[in-house]
Write a protein that binds this ligand. Structure first.
Ligand code: CU
Length: 341
């Protein structure tokens, strides 16, 4: 009896110690979604996890403590050559060690089902984000914001997000450890995952399904911001998308991409290097030889195609020729210059 009491106390102490140690070791990354929850929010992943760690700590102590205790206390004494006592069968003990695991497993089956229901609980107001996976990158489409496409997953905190995911090639798996939940992305069908981000910050989505040679690098940024910041971002993206569809917008992008603004200004004040484009279209330009031309489409086109054909008075002939620009590009640039007034 004395042994049972001592082992009982040691099991409790070891279980508490094992739990405290596991709990303090930070096995999980920070929890950043309602689905991740915390050890005290019933039904969340971290709540389930915490219960499992408690059960594991207890079972670990229940097995290891009696084992080690028996090894030490019931060690064969020196000179003792007698046989150990023969024991055959012990019905109460067998019933006990069948019932305890059975009850534990059934309890966890129930808790698991309950947690699954909580984690997948659908909010009819959820914001839809389409997730496209392909070897070896993710992209994110926002149908509620004019189909903006981003390579970073921007999400507002406090709103449930419904991810509708498809794959162009093989099976991938969407996983942000801080959100806890994970879902396969399968070619030929759309799989869904619901996430309610709660903690603003920067995370990473990783592919959790070996999908080819560069699977390890299939990571994209995830940015959780406040609702207001998210809307500002989404609107900015939407405007950029809308303007890239007009000739002026396309022209603006081309001008930036080709470094024209290193020399040309687009405001009333010219840079010393080159004439400003502000108010240029339709104005009369004085050339080096003193003659004047009207800055119409033909002149602008010629100046971009062949910068040395007509030199503007007061400037050095330093403008490079841009052979990479197509006629369509030049038309877009001219539309952009025309819009500067
Ligand atoms: Cu992948």
């Amino acid at each position: 009896m004395r042994h049972f009491v001592i082992v009982g106390i040691l099991v409790v102490l070891a279980a508490v110690g094992a739990y405290a140690g596991l709990d303090a070791s930070g096995l999980m990354p920070v929890a950043a979604s309602a689905q991740a929850g915390s050890a005290t929010t019933a039904g969340s992943i971290d709540w389930m996890w915490n219960l499992q760690v408690i059960a594991m700590s207890f079972l670990f102590a229940l097995i290891v403590v009696p084992l080690v205790y028996a090894l030490i206390v019931f060690r064969r004494k020196q000179g003792d050559t007698s046989d150990a006592e023969h024991i055959t069968g012990n019905t109460p003990l067998e019933i006990t060690w069948t019932l305890i695991p059975l009850v534990l497993v059934l309890a966890f089956a129930y808790l698991g089902a309950y947690s699954l229901r909580e984690v997948r609980r659908a909010d009819p107001q959820a914001m839809i984000v389409k997730v496209h996976a392909q070897q070896f990158a993710w992209s994110f489409e926002y149908p509620d914001y004019g189909g903006v496409i981003s390579d970073k997953l921007y999400l507002p905190a406090g709103t449930q997000i419904l991810l509708q995911m498809d794959s162009k090639d093989v099976i991938h798996s969407f996983w942000v450890p801080e959100f806890r939940v994970k879902q396969d992305v399968v070619p030929g069908r759309v799989t869904e995952l619901r996430i309610t981000p709660t903690l603003p910050g920067e995370y990473k989505v990783r592919c959790a399904e070996l999908c080819g040679t560069s699977h390890y690098s299939m990571e994209n940024g995830v940015v959780v911001t406040s609702e207001a910041e998210f809307i500002a971002w989404a609107q900015e993206q939407q405007n950029a998308l809308a303007s890239a569809q007009t000739p002026e917008g396309k022209g603006e992008l081309l001008v930036k991409a080709n470094g024209c603004l290193g020399c040309h200004s687009i405001t009333a004040t010219a840079l010393p290097t080159a004439p400003t484009w502000f108010g240029l279209f339709g104005s009369s330009v004085t050339l080096e030889d003193g003659s004047t031309v009207t800055a119409d489409e033909a002149f602008l086109k010629e100046s971009i195609h062949d910068p040395l054909a007509k030199i503007v008075k007061g400037f050095a002939p330093i403008m490079p020729a841009y052979s990479n620009l197509t006629d369509e590009d030049i038309a877009a640039i001219i539309a952009y210059i025309e819009s500067l007034k």
